[in-house]
Design a protein around this ligand. Sequence first.
Ligand code: SF4
Ligand code: SF4
Ligand code: SF4
Ligand code: FES
Length: 570
Amino acid sequence: MLQVNIDGKTYNVNEGSSILEAAGKAHIKIPTLCYEEGLSIYGGCRLCVVEIEGERLLQPACATEIKEGMVIKTHSPKVQEVRRNLFELIIASHDISCKLNCLTCSKNGNCELRQAADIIGINQVRLKSRDKGYSEDRSSYSIIREPNKCITCGRCIRKCEEVQGIGIFTMANRGPATIVTTFEDKGMGNVECTNCGQCIHSCPTGALHEVYHYENVWDVLNDPSKHVVVQTAPAVRVAISEPFGAEPGAVATGQMVAALRRLGFDRVFDTNFTADLTIMEEGTELIERINNGGILPLLTSCSPGWIKFIEHFYPDLLPNISSCKSPQQMFGAVAKTYYAEKNNIPLEDLVVVSVMPCTAKKFEARRPEMEGDVDFVLTTRELARMIKTAGIDMLALEEEEYDNLMGVSSGAADIFGATGGVMEAALRTAYELITGEELEKLDFEMVRGLEGIKVAEIDINGLKVKGGVAHGLGNVRKLMDRIKSGEEFHFIELMACPGGCLGGGGQPIPTNEETRTRRMKAIYEIDKGKKMRKSHENSYVQKLYDDYLGKPGSHRAHELLHTSYTARGV
Ligand code: SF4
Ligand code: SF4
Ligand code: SF4
Ligand code: FES
C-alpha cells in the first residue's frame, strides 16, 4: 500500500494504481474522454490532467502511476483552466452543427462529451467550430460512421484491436487533420468488420451508431394492409428497461410485450421459441456427427458477428460450423411459411421484424443466403426509442404474455442470451436424448460466468463429450488457434460479443462489466423460475415438427432452417 494525498486528504492506495483509479476510490470524479476501463491507456485527450506537487507540468491522471507520498490536486484553478481550454479545442473540432445534431444524435441522453462539459463546467466556446466536411460512411448494413462527430479519442481503435482482436480502424493524417478511418478509407462494409458493434459501446460521441430500421418499422406499422409480426431475442428482456431508468438486469419481459402491442404489432412472438428449435436441430446435427464420424468439433452458428469473423479469418474451418440458421433467421423462415400458410396471410403483406441486442443481425438479415426471412431488425436501443416516441410509459404497463405458438419457450432458450448458454442448453437436451435418462442437475456451472474461455467435459453414456466456450472475438481467436494446433473438442460455442448477446452491440449504453454481470444474473434467474427448462420439452416446438417439419434434421427442416457460408478472406 502507498500513502498519497488527494485534494487535502490522505488515502492508502494499492501499488500500481493510476491517479485516476485512486481518485475514483476516493469518490473524486475526474473527467475523461479517451480512457475506458479494460482498454490500454492512450493519454491523448489530456482532459484528466491533475497537478502534482513538485512537478512543473500537469499530468494525465489515467496515464500516471501513484508514487509514495504524492500530493495531488485534481480540481485546482490551474487544472480547471487547462481542462476548459482543452475541452474548447475538442468541441471546436466536433461536428460543426452539433448544437442542432445533439437533439437527433444517437448519443442523445448519454453523450460523454456532454457529461464531460457538465463536470468541467464549461459555459462558452470561444473558438470557431471547424467544419471538417467528411462524408458519412454508410457502406455497412449494420453500422454508420459519422466522422464529423469524431474527437479522435481512439477508443474504437483499441476496442476493435484489443478486445475483438481485429483492428478495423486506424488513425490517418496528422495534427488537426487527424482522422479515424478504415484501411484505405474503404468503409466499414468493405473491410473485415464483423458488424459486432462493440466499437459503438466505446465511442463517447455519436460518431458510431447502428443503421436505423425504426423508420421503416413505423411505416409498416402505419400501413393497414400489412400484417406485422415481431420477435424479441433472449437478451433484450433483461436490458430494455435500462433506457427507462431501471437498474441493469431488471427483467421487463411482460411490459415489453405489452408495449409492442401498443406500438401496433399484430402478433408479438419470442425468438426463444426458435432458440428451442435451434437446440433440436443443432443437437441432432451434433449427435449425427459424433455417431457417424462427421467433422468435429461442431461450432455454433447463432452469432452473426462470429460467422463473419470465421468467414474472413478461419475459412478452412467453415465445414465445422453447424448448418443451422440462427434463431432470428429460423423464426423468419417459419413465420414466412408455416405461420403465413396457417393464417392465410399473403406473403407480400407479411412483415417480420426482429428486436435484437445485436447490430450484426442487421447484416445477417441481408445475407443473400437467407434474404427475405426477416425484413427489419431493431436494436434494443431502437425499440426503446420507438416506445418513448409513442409516449408509452413502459415500466408502468401491466405485464402481457407472448402470442402462441411461437411465443412459448423453455428456460434453456432464455440462457442463449449469456455466454455458455447455448452450450448448456445443448447439453441438457443431448444428455437426455442420448441416455434416455433425466438429468439430475440442470445447471452447468462450469460453462457460466464471464471468464473468456471455458472448457467442460460431460460423460454421456460413457463418451466424454468435451465442450468449449469463448466470447469476445479476441478470446474466440485464441480458442480457434487451440483447435488448429490439434486440441480436440466435440462442440464449441462462440459468441462475438463479450458476455455473449447480453453484451451485444445493440444493447443500451453503457454496456460494461457491471451491466453485463447484472444482465447475466437476471437471465439465469428467468431460467430458474421456469417450469420448463429443456428445449426438447417445448410441446409447441414438437407441434411444429408434427404439423409441418416432420422431425429434426428432416428434408423440410433442412430447406427452411439450415444455410451455408461464404469464405471471404482478408
Ligand atoms: S463492429 Fe466490431 S469488428 Fe467492426 S469495427 Fe466495430 S468493433 Fe471492430
Ligand atoms: S469514432 Fe468515436 S471512439 Fe472512435 S475515435 Fe472517434 S470519437 Fe473516439
Ligand atoms: S454475440 Fe450476440 S449480439 Fe454479439 S454479434 Fe453475436 S449474436 Fe450479435
Ligand atoms: S482520459 Fe486521460 S488523457 Fe484522455
